[in-house]
Design a protein around this ligand. Sequence first.
Ligand SMILES: C[S@@+](CC[C@H](N)C(=O)[O-])C[C@H]1O[C@@H](n2cnc3c(N)ncnc32)[C@H](O)[C@@H]1O
Length: 300
Amino acid sequence: MKTETNQIFHEPVLLNEVVECLQVSDDKWYIDATAGGGGHTKGILNKGGKVLCIDRDLEAVAYLKEKFKQEIATGKVIIRQMNFNQIKDCVSQAGIAKIYGIIFDLGLSTYQIKKSTRGFSFNNDAMLDMRMSQEEKLTAKEIINNYSQNDLYEIFRKFGEENLAREIAYAIYRARSVKPIEKTGQLKQIVESIYKKAKVHTKINPATKVFQALRIEVNRELENLQIGINQAMDILIPGGRCAVISFHSLEDRIVKQFFNETVENKTGKIIYKRPLRASKLELRENPSSRSAKLRIIEKL
Ligand SMILES: C[S@@+](CC[C@H](N)C(=O)[O-])C[C@H]1O[C@@H](n2cnc3c(N)ncnc32)[C@H](O)[C@@H]1O
């Protein structure tokens, strides 16, 4: 799957597992709530299903429209640029009566991470943007330069589980009073200097947790997830399944807790007690599947 610049848009993770768990059957409607490069959508189409694709990213939607031109023309694919926190409205606007399965593959696509202008990665020096949807106003730059020192601390601690959150928030507060922090490189340097001062060594880049925390705040990722999976259970037919792939413990905790609640109130049945993980083969071929956890629930 390539973009015009000949880069891979995204390699889907746990593809066979998702398609199998959703029990895809001919001419039934499924939702790919995080369609990205359309890998899971393609898997569902290959099994004869129809797909309502949702993504909040304009670039992903443009890519999907081109990729599934034929399927759109034959009524097998519908594409909507929106936040999956409105998944219920999206289904009624599309006029689909019955939804048999839904997949949420959380986080960012490879394209979003690699595209330097999006500002998600500390490997490129770019403007601190990090918006999944180009239509939103709040950027990482806005947060870094305008949130109070205490709010920054809270974000780094809560969404990054960063032990040096207090020190980093203070260093940002000091640095921005000299000149605005606008680029990913500036922020990376500040975090690295705090780690160095504290003599803390990590296998991952010191900026990883701060960048994760900012991305979650910019895109309201945890709130959207909570709303999205709640609405997903409402729109599924009884017997329909919802699959969620998460990539870090904050997301997985929300999914696990929500699934347990649906079992308690007898509206859902968990398909596998433990989340499914990538096989050794997939790990070798697609290292970004390393932290992926797939949980599946069936609506009763
Ligand atoms: C990991 S990628 C999905 C990749 C896709 N499964 C594939 O096979 O190519 C996650 C995608 O979800 C989108 N996304 C994340 N949160 C969203 C939300 N709240 N509403 C809609 N799309 C969202 C991102 O823009 C990104 O394109």
